[in-house]
Design a protein around this ligand. Structure first.
Ligand code: ASP
Length: 334
């Protein structure tokens, strides 16, 4: 029988109400006990590195979860991480970079309603996740939620209440789970497993901020960010528009990259990605050395990948090399 390690970290799934709002209290074993038929799928063990609302999840916690996987890697066939939904997409992306090319599946799940709610989605999400973690064809980091499996670098929390909380951004879902069966849409052939070990990383640079352009946002914001941040992920308008009424944006952005800091350009439009070459209002940035293009990546993956790349090196050419390497389907090269 397969062996799966459940790594419980908190979230709504583990939350109970004590009069001051939902907060996580239930442990991994307490949650698993509520889910029928898990013992028919595999042997389960548990670790609990933290029990927090994922609002409080920080990069140091991602490293701790990755350490839980690394420490137990040889002893298990798969891993299921119970996690709050609010920042699950960031953690899933971060784990995709911290545990590279894992032939053993690492699944994140949670729920929109607490396990204690009689109409909860928690039971089915846990059952589906363990089923997915036990399947021979599963690999790498995925979010399993609401009956589908989404690549860890492509998940995005789209809904605050509905059970289908997550969508897969600019990339198809990798599987659907229907009536206890995993359905994998025909497509790219699955990479063969040859027993290879994943590459684990244990450093991140958390000095990364997302800046969303809004009309009249002052370019002097870049001066204010210098003290606390090494990288800005700039969510531009549309397919890649940055205001150019008086040249001050270009000056601020070029100064930022010329000072050795990182600038990643992406779009604030949720779907279909960036192309800086289309409009004059983006053109100047398309050819500038040191500006990295987010293309079709999700903002969550851009945050995690930039933290990871800057955690390995500060050499801009090496940062760019790491950034542009496709990892866990995070980008489709144009
Ligand atoms: N606030 C909760 C969390 O992210 C929401 C959830 O889990 O659905 O931990």
């Amino acid at each position: 029988m397969k062996r799966v390690l459940m790594i419980a970290t908190g979230g709504t799934i583990a939350s109970t109400e004590d009069g001051s709002g939902l907060a996580p209290t239930m442990t991994g074993p307490e949650l698993a006990r509520q889910v029928p038929l898990l013992d028919t799928l595999c042997e389960l063990d548990f670790v609990q590195p933290m029990n927090i609302d994922s609002t409080n999840m920080r990069p140091r916690d991602w490293l701790e979860i990755a350490r839980s996987v690394r420490d137990a890697y040889d002893d298990y066939d798969g891993f299921v991480i119970l996690h709050g939904t609010d920042t699950m997409a960031y953690t899933a992306a971060a784990l995709s970079y911290l545990v590279r090319a894992s032939e053993k599946p690492i699944v994140l799940t949670g729920s929109q309603q607490p396990m204690a709610n009689p109409f909860t989605d928690a039971k089915l999400n846990i059952y589906h996740s363990v089923l997915y973690a036990c399947d021979d064809q599963s690999r790498d980091v995925n979010v399993v939620f609401g009956g589908k499996a989404i690549c860890g670098t492509r998940a995005h929390k789209q809904r605050t209440m509905s059970f289908n909380a997550f969508t897969s951004m600019n990339y198809p879902s990798v599987a659907y789970i229907r009536g206890g069966r995993i359905v994998r849409p025909a497509g790219a052939p699955l990479a063969e497993k040859n027993g290879g070990a994943p590459r684990f990383y244990d450093t991140l640079n958390e000095r990364v901020i997302v800046l969303k352009l809004t009309p009249e946002l002052r370019p002097s914001i870049f001066d204010l960010l210098r003290r606390d941040y090494d990288a800005v992920i700039l969510e531009t308008f549309g397919i890649g528009g940055i205001p150019d009424h008086d040249g001050s944006y270009q000056e601020a952005i070029f100064d930022w990259v010329d000072s050795g800091r990182t600038l990643v350009v992406t779009t604030q439009v949720p779907e279909e990605g960036l192309d800086l070459g289309v409009y004059e209002v983006g053109h100047a940035y398309a050819q500038k050395d040191g500006i990295l293009k987010g293309d079709d990546m999700s903002t969550e993956a851009l945050v995690a990948k930039t933290m990871w790349a800057l955690g390995q090196t500060r050499d801009p050419a090496e940062v760019a090399r790491l950034f542009y390497e496709p990892i866990n389907n995070d980008r489709v090269p144009r």
